[in-house]
Write a protein that binds this ligand. Structure first.
Ligand code: NCD
Ligand code: ZN
Length: 346
């Protein structure tokens, strides 16, 4: 197959940042993505409905002319979050999910949750109104090895949280382990997972073997090969509980290529080409659309996109930029480590 038309993809986990970085990166998604769940981990975070309305306005203002891109806003859950504010922001259609970051788990997560009892009222209200909770699933206990933090989170935090909040709809974001995949499959209902493009391509060797590669460092950190294979199997299976959330997370190069580099892979530019490549490798191109354009919309209760994009496979490798220049500095584009042959037809 050398041509494939699919409904316009959505991105169910995207970091757009703000200011000059937002202006520099938004076109990389808006060129081919219809809707994206926008992560709220700005500094300061997007906590209230008013914060989300104002951030949404800045995103729309930064959109290149002629692009049809709908930002689906999220709120950053803090121990001071007001359940009434969340409910009102959801009722108006502005906010589509609430994001849970355990305090200290990742980039800009200092305002996240430490004492889960303090957010139970908000979680109960979300269960009542059907507003999904997007979860960064890693414990922050320094005693727990970084490669085990997702599996331990499921056992210590996520499963108890779901049991005490019946009906809460949960998306485990950027699952990186076979344990995460198994947990999602074991749930009766109301649980789904996003998978990033990069975690389907790299394992932990890519970060560390033969030299340290800061552009492959993200959180949750990539795990062993057996985990990558489990993620890949889930992605290409067509199972409606798994869908694409790139977690494309731009940081200017100097902040990654340094003694203490930021976590995040920037995949917005070539994510669809990478996904087409790997679905083709798995003999699953016919299920690419489910992963990029159908399953997530169904979970979030949105109609699939009417618009389509056409992917074309070229005989010669297609060149994607190694970096994009932004007003906040250069941002390195994710390198899958092999030539890409797919492109999106103009
Ligand atoms: C994200 C970022 O940079 O905001 N980084 C990352 O490695 N994924 C934060 C996050 O989603 O954990
Ligand atoms: Zn993220």
């Amino acid at each position: 197959m050398t041509r494939l038309t699919i409904r316009r993809p959505d991105d169910w986990h995207l970091h757009l940042r703000d200011g000059a970085m937002l202006a520099g990166v938004i076109g990389e998604s808006a060129s081919h993505i219809g809707r994206a769940i926008i992560m709220p981990n700005l500094v300061p975070p997007v906590v209230t409905g008013a914060d989300a309305a104002s951030y949404r306005g800045r995103i729309l203002a930064a959109l290149p002319a002629g692009t049809a891109f709908e930002p689906l806003m999220t709120l950053y859950l803090t121990e001071a979050t007001d359940a009434e504010d969340v409910a009102a922001a959801a009722a108006s259609g502005l906010v589509r999910a609430v994001k849970l970051y355990p305090a200290g788990a990742t980039t800009n997560s200092a305002s996240g949750v430490t004492d889960f009892a303090k957010v139970q009222g908000v979680l109960d209200r979300m269960a009542e109104i059907g507003l999904p909770l997007c979860v960064h699933g890693e414990v922050t206990d320094p005693e727990v090895d970084i490669f085990d933090r997702e599996a331990v989170f499921i056992e210590r935090v996520l499963d108890p949280l779901r049991r005490r909040t019946p009906g809460l709809r949960v998306v485990m974001e950027h699952v990186t382990t076979a344990d995460g995949i198994d947990y999602v499959k074991s749930a009766e209902a109301g649980l789904a997972a996003t998978l990033t493009t990069h975690h389907l391509i790299i394992n932990r060797n890519h970060i560390l073997a033969g030299g340290i590669r800061p552009h492959y460092y993200c959180l949750p950190v990539a795990k062993r090969e057996r985990h990558r294979l489990a993620l890949r199997a889930a992605a290409v299976s067509g199972d409606a509980r798994f869908f694409s959330g790139t977690d494309s997370a731009p940081h200017a190069d100097p902040l990654k290529e340094t003694a203490c580099g930021c976590a995040g892979c920037f995949t917005a530019t070539n994510s669809i080409a990478c996904l087409a490549h790997l679905f083709e490798e798995e003999g699953a191109l016919a299920r690419l659309e489910a992963f990029t354009s159908l399953n997530g919309a169904a979970f979030y209760g949105a109609a699939p996109a009417e618009a389509t994009i056409t992917l074309v496979k070229e005989a010669a490798p297609v060149t994607y930029p190694a970096k994009i220049e932004t007003g906040a500095g250069p941002v390195t584009v994710f390198d899958p480590g092999y030539p890409l042959h797919w492109r999106i037809e103009d």
